[in-house]
Design a binder for this molecule. Structure first.
Ligand SMILES: Nc1ncnc2c1ncn2[C@@H]1O[C@H](COP(=O)(O)OP(=O)(O)O)[C@@H](O)[C@H]1O
Ligand SMILES: [Mg+2]
Length: 327
């Protein structure tokens, strides 16, 4: 199958060398390998020269002259946080998705929530746990300002890693003690919001931003944790989500607002909770969403009639539609 070169924004990819940057040292490495391998294969079967390049130990400067464009498929710290993006900017290599500032903002849940709150977007109330605080200080501050149950998560984490529910101060103490053993610098504690996890993909198509149908997940696990994210038997997905049209429209508008407000580019996925009381707090934005063919973004794209191979081409297109200067 030949690559569409009559597409309004799409370059002739058969003439370009695409480096699929994946892996790296982030705790989300495993998911990133799935994303990278699948994206690379989707490009190859469409006649695009794609090279899988693991970020672990990579001398980024050596990419000059080796690739013409980078498709970013590394999730979490070191791939999604703006550092690789900045290096590629300096090297003059175009790359998919967001620039430095939006990537860094999206990776930092507290900065992101502050920005959303100042834009009147509902997000769970939270306490930012300073790394210098003792466990006792963290417990008393969170108990006083939020009450129980609570939800602990890393400020710059992902994949539900090192996250958990605390129903009382004993459980919070356990979670905070375990958190100290993990490779994250900072944690936040949120009010626990009961509800269904939902996600909205944002994808640029022919230079215009569109949202994808809402994706919802039910799980019997206490929350949408790492295990539920990696084992299809532990979750039931619905896309489009079975929610009223008005709610779906609202979630899609909010996702677009978050994407635009942080200055994201091309592709993102915004996570929400759908509470039984009708509240729909926004949890976070992912500026390098998972690219697995069975992942949320691909499922949402399929629901919008976009096959996986075309989704990957659209993600690649975003490398060529970024404004010349992205902060
Ligand atoms: N405040 C909260 N209350 C209840 N559950 C939460 C809360 N925050 C996160 N969760 C649960 O954890 C999952 C992952 O949270 P999220 O903020 O999207 O972090 P990650 O970056 O790890 O995906 C959510 O889908 C939800 O199941
Ligand atoms: Mg999430």
């Amino acid at each position: 199958m030949s690559v569409l070169s009559d597409h309004p924004v799409r370059p002739d990819y058969s003439a370009l060398r695409v480096g699929v940057l994946y892996g790296g040292d982030s705790p989300e490495r495993a998911g990133s390998i799935v994303s990278g391998e699948a994206a690379s294969k989707a490009l190859s079967v469409q006649g695009v020269r794609a090279e899988l390049i693991d970020l672990t130990g990579l001398d980024l400067a050596a990419l000059s002259g080796r690739i013409d464009v980078a498709l970013l498929a590394a999730h979490g710290l070191g791939g999604e946080d703006g550092k690789v993006q900045g290096a590629l900017d300096l090297l003059g290599i175009p790359y998919t998705g967001s620039g430095v500032l939006a990537s860094a903002t999206g990776m930092h849940k507290v900065r992101f929530k502050e920005l959303m709150q100042s834009n009147l977007v509902d997000t769970p109330s939270w306490v930012d746990i300073s790394p210098s605080w003792s466990i006792d200080t963290a417990i008393s501050t969170a108990s006083m300002s939020l009450g129980y149950p609570l939800f602990l998560k890393p400020v710059s984490g992902g994949g539900s890693l090192a996250a958990g529910i605390a129903r009382d101060s004993t459980e919070l103490r356990d979670l905070l003690s375990q958190a100290r053993e993990r490779p994250y610098d900072g944690y936040l504690i949120e009010e626990y919001v009961p509800g269904t996890p939902c996600s909205v993909g944002v994808l640029e198509t022919e230079g215009e931003l569109h949202t994808l149908p809402v994706h919802s997940v039910e799980t019997d696990r206490p929350f949408y944790d790492y295990e539920a994210k990696h084992d299809l038997a532990l979750r039931r997905e619905q896309c489009p989500a079975l929610i009223p049209d008005l709610m779906s429209t609202r979630l899609r508008q909010l996702a677009l607002r978050a994407h635009r407000r942080i200055g994201a580019h091309g592709v993102s996925r915004v996570d929400f909770l759908l509470s039984p009381d009708g509240r729909t707090p926004m949890l976070e934005i992912n500026t390098v969403p998972g690219l697995s063919p069975s992942g949320n973004l691909a499922t949402m794209a399929a629901a919008a009639g976009i096959p996986y191979e075309e989704l990957i081409l659209r993600v690649l297109d975003t490398a060529f539609t970024k404004p010349a200067y992205v902060p």
